[in-house]
Write a protein that binds this ligand. Sequence first.
Ligand code: SAM
Length: 246
Amino acid sequence: MHASYDDISLAYKIVHGELTVKKHAEEFTYLNLLGDVQGKAVLDLACGEGRFSRTIKQQGARQVVGVDISAGMIELAQQAENQQPLGTTYIHGDVAALGTIGSFDLISAAFLFNYAASREALLALSRTAYNNLKPGGKLVASVNATPLFAPLNNQATRKYGYLVHSPSPLREGDAVDYAFFTGSHAIRLRNYHWSTATYEWAFREAGFTTCNWQAPTVSQQGMDEHGSDFWHDFLREPNFICLECS
Ligand SMILES: C[S@@+](CC[C@H](N)C(=O)[O-])C[C@H]1O[C@@H](n2cnc3c(N)ncnc32)[C@H](O)[C@@H]1O
């Protein structure tokens, strides 16, 4: 039921490119949190097909390296780089086993940590983030299946192009299943739920000393185009949350 990213790479790219909630809430919140990347060396963990890697490079980063475990996703990222060379480099591999490949100003990890199926896996991913960061640098991440999100198991999110299925009550490490869809394509993903306390434990164990959580916000353009009523359910129970660690 839940295909690997190699099977859904193209559909993922299409679906995410078309979803209103991705553009006006997720990308908007995430890019704001990444802040000014001008002149920075950035490691984009779980880069997927490279949408944030490309944007970060286009916004003036000195160096961007993207890493993803899916060969299909890396192939799409590399194709985009070949078509429009930006100087972004991509590595196919598991973040947990990456080791230290550099000393980066900024680590980006959009929807990586929610793939950890155990606390040990979460810690291994966090260690890689910490070990590749310069002293004084920061980690910016977003996570699905989050502490903020109430397990809806209902149709309220259909208007945003996704449905969530999860156990209720939701416990540490439970699988949370997503279906994302547009008119033409659909994908299914499985993520894992961890509390803020567990995330903060993993980040602290890895070496980070601060961790700030940031609830999603919606761009003015998104509000203007769809109206505040449209965003009400999403903002009340968002399906993701961002965080910043240093
Ligand atoms: C929801 S996608 C997000 C992609 C991209 N960050 C974005 O926001 O568009 C999650 C990505 O995490 C990757 N991934 C999951 N576990 C990973 C791991 N242990 N190491 C590297 N990549 C991983 C998947 O292959 C997939 O491309």
